[in-house]
Design a protein around this ligand. Structure first.
Ligand code: GLY
Length: 366
């Protein structure tokens, strides 16, 4: 089993990564936390599949079952968790266990930040995307009708338990989505890791490849290092948004129906690489390397014809990560490095135009 530490002073915590580690790791963590009560937040299907593996955690735990999907990431879901905690008489020393993908983690984490002004919670992410991204770093929250993640809090978990066995039944499209964020970690922080991940490549995920566990651990290590240096996104943490400016715009313009988050970020990483060439002197082979990485996992890289360049720029300028009308983008001067910089709208527009003219080479990009 791999262990990664997120160093945040008194709020430091461990991420455990292993196959089949869920029951005994969670039991050991709860043994240390000594909660007065345990409250699991999950989906009905996950509870059916995994309650048996939770060991003694499951017996006697309160359970709140949420409906799956981003459209259920709203204040109503937070209210149902809070009411469940109050009905069961949970006190300040209770622990909430978030068993599920990014939505469960975000909602249960936010409810934990609110209940009695903050109780402890443990993240048990069950999708690749949540394992390498959402479960680490303490961003919690929900969507409002006006936009994604508009209500939330920084609230760090007490521990993260990643059991790769939970990925065994994950659909390939979800695996691809997680691989986009994994490639992103290589691009922004670790060239050798990026090369390694690109060189593996996978379109089929049964059985799970043996390199997956160390790769998940390395992605958590990269994210943990960034979060330890800039927990509240005052600066450095923004590099984790590489590919997200154009990615979010595409998700918004296609109403979250056409692309998974990872697919949209994959496309956005190609745009970000093109902007990086213009703004921070990235080498000419950067775009091709990013496309190679994406293609190795069957991820898309071309801008959808249904979104015009002008619309993408307009939505990007309104992104909550822009402020005072200035668009800031995470960029890379070369694989393994990243920085966040202001980008003028005409430069983004020009890069999108160049993005549209990219052509596949070799083995079927796109
Ligand atoms: N997903 C980006 C972050 O946690 O900062």
């Amino acid at each position: 089993m791999d262990r990664v530490r997120v160093e945040l002073g008194q709020r430091s915590y461990a991420i455990s990564v292993g196959a089949g580690c869920l029951g005994h790791t969670l039991e050991a963590i709860l043994g240390q936390l000594e909660p007065t009560s345990v409250h699991v937040v999950t989906h009905p299907a996950l509870w059916r599949s995994w309650s048996g593996s939770l060991g003694s955690t499951a017996s006697g735990a309160g359970v709140t079952l949420l409906r799956p999907g981003e459209r259920h990431k709203h204040l109503g879901a937070v209210a149902s968790i809070l009411r469940g905690l109050a009905d069961r008489g949970a006190d300040r020393r209770c622990v909430v266990v978030a068993l599920g993908g990014g939505v469960v983690g975000d909602v249960a984490g936010f409810a934990s930040a609110c209940y009695l002004r903050g109780v402890r919670f443990v993240q048990v992410p069950t999708t690749l995307l949540a394992q390498v991204d959402a479960s680490v770093g303490g961003k919690t929250g929900v969507d409002l009708p006006q936009g994604k993640n508009l209500a939330g809090a920084f609230h760090q978990p007490s521990a993260v338990v990643i059991d790769t066995a939970t990925l065994a039944t994950l659909p390939p499209r979800h695996m691809r989505s997680g691989m986009a964020e994994i490639l992103k970690h290589g691009i922004i922080a670790d060239e050798a890791y990026f090369e390694f991940v690109t060189s593996r490549g996978a379109r089929r995920w049964r059985p799970l490849p043996d390199w997956l566990e160390p790769v998940i651990a390395q992605s958590c290590r990269i994210k943990a290092s960034v979060v330890s240096q800039d927990e509240r996104e005052g600066g450095l943490r923004a590099i984790l948004n590489f590919g997200h400016t154009v990615g979010h715009a595409i998700e918004t313009l296609t109403q979250y129906r056409e692309f998974s988050h990872g697919e949209a970020v994959a496309i956005g990483m190609v745009s970000a690489a093109l902007v990086s060439e213009r703004v921070c002197g990235a080498p000419a082979d950067l775009v091709r390397r990013v496309m190679d990485g994406l293609s190795a996992y069957g991820l898309p890289w071309s801008l959808p014809p249904s979104c015009s360049d002008g619309e993408i720029v307009r939505v990007a300028m309104h992104d909550k990560k822009s402020s005072g009308g200035v668009l800031r983008m995470a960029l890379t001067p070369g694989v393994g490095h990243a920085t966040a910089m202001p980008v003028d709208a005409p430069i983004l527009l020009d890069s999108l135009c160049r993005h549209r003219s990219l052509r596949p080479v070799g083995h079927g990009y796109g």
